[in-house]
Design a protein around this ligand. Sequence first.
Ligand code: PHE
Length: 346
Amino acid sequence: MALAEFVQQLDQLVVEADQAFSAATGQEALEAARIEFLGAKAGRLKAVQKQLATVPVADKPAAGKRLNEVKAAIEAAFETATARLENTSDEVRDETFDPTLPGPAWSLGKVHPITQTILLLKDIMGRLGFTPVEGPEIEDSWHNFDALNVPAIHPARDPLDNFYLAHAQWWGAQSGDQGHGSADMLRSQTSTVQIRTMQQQPPPLRIISLGRVYRPDTADETHYPMFHQMEGLMVDRGVTMADLKTVLRLFATAYLGNSVPVRFRPSFFPFTEPSVEVDYYWNGRWVEFGGAGMVDPNVFQAVGYDPDEVTGFAFGLGVERLCMIRHGIRDIRDLYTNDVRFLAQF
Ligand code: PHE
């Protein structure tokens, strides 16, 4: 075979191989084309290479050089096609996808402002050494009243002021069995948890209990039939009213910022003696936050503590009021109408 004819066959092969590789749309087609042109046994390049033997001896160096160049060119075309297929997946590609665009915005929920307040109160009181404890919202009247020294005939037990369950006997009903297991009512105060904790643990105690309480009040700006209280109880030898005032002042200072004056006004609760109303001075006026006092010896007796050995203070503060005053919320109902536009502000 003349050199010119040999070279012409090689050049033809490069063009055809390049076209075949470029046209391949998947791995299988590319592999078939590779075998057709570069196959070691029956490939078309191999077939042309075999013709080299028939080229005149004088032309062999030139023919061999050309053969090597063509082989390199076809292999390069194959590599290019391989790289192209690796960059595209076999699936149809979405040509409009721009990976540099920010993704769609996720709308995250928020922790309810009351829950936020509860977490913060637990944190502050935790630093003062008070451990959070919990009690049931469905209570028996022994824990809600009897053990708290509320007489059987006492206006606080009035069904107009409490959510009794249908079967419960309320008037003059002292359960006497320490209330075990009887579900009488939705608790009207978290003071029930004082009793439950003291029944389970010997003194000394430093606990808080944050949770829901229920009273059949008509909802208005400052009332809601369900609200939250933070109950505190500290029992030890020699606990005094001064400790109570100090804890409440330190708490208010941590929660409301800067030093917040505390005022005690004489009051009455069956389970504390003496009893006080707790006011904080906030934004130029005195605001009532709850009740407090020294634990009545009768309460200690009800739970098996010795009133000659220990003394203690207790307080109950309104969580909604604490939350509202901090955030400037004026209507308690806003907290419970579940308007996300309102709740998302906190
Ligand atoms: N339990 C009382 C209330 O709900 C508050 C209180 C708690 C008062 C502890 C004294 C001691 O009004």
